[in-house]
Design a protein around this ligand. Sequence first.
Ligand SMILES: [Fe+2]
Length: 332
Amino acid sequence: MYSELLVSTAAAVATVAVGVIAAAAIVFTACFMQTKKLKVTRLYADRYAEVKKPAKLRKNKRTDQKTDAYPPANSDKKDEEVLPLCRIGLISDLHFPMLYVNTDDVIYTLAKEDCDLIAVTGDLCQNAKGKTAMLAFMKKLSESLKGVPILVVPGNHDVSYVCKKDPLKIQEYFREVESCGGNIKVLRNETASVELKGSGSRIVAAGFDEKLIGDKNRYIGTFEKALSEAGEKDKLLLLMHNPDIMEHVSEAVKKGGKYSVALAGHTHGGQVYIPFNLEFELLRDDSLPRKGFVYGLYEYCENNRLYITCGLGQSLLPVRLGTVPEIAFICF
Ligand SMILES: [Fe+2]
């Protein structure tokens, strides 16, 4: 009698355990499948664009990115200050080898859009194991873009996990990235300019070095340098991995500096959605995401625009929940 009870209890426990494992496997597989999807976001990011409020101000209510605002729905608005449109292709957080989207689809999607420049806002690799595949991707991207400038800024994984914060290793790593194609330029607190075809104006880009090895004064100095290089008809583009860098740049903006749009990555849009912004409140120490700037187009500092992409790859776990990999086309 006692042994029968023992057997039936063991069978019940085993059944529950198998059920839990099966359910976990199903959830994991479903979340893994999200990492293979590829979303294309098209946005008009100029002064008339609709922007999100930081999630915190919306009582942590998550909002979907508006994707039908491009070409600009309100382009009938006339304003003498509106400059010729430019188009930026934005990819970020590739995290090789933890990138599961079809990289040929990524390159094809970027190549067919007729962009003025491509921005790659950091975390090209998750770790050193991804370097060979990342360099092959960058080479193919460079060849397919046929001379369109590709501007790259470092991410925390590039600097910390691949190069162990060693200045010489970081320098060599990004030299290898640039050697993938003559149209690739890595910006580490540097500026670059790109002619806008037939308009007589340019995009002046300021690319900021990674927050982990950065310096507040160099960020401000880089922004001011770009500001001084940009003429009245030019657009000023800010590129960074961690959106926290805007907290430093905004000091210069408040003193009268003005930029067109800032692009960042790093958050992965909250790779695995946890309600109430708990991921950033409890597990990470980034400042802007804690204030609710996690994914999408925001108004940041003196009516300027900040777009944070959710990136293409994954960190830590090969899963996504609530966001899928993204290529963004930003028009302004
Ligand atoms: Fe990342």
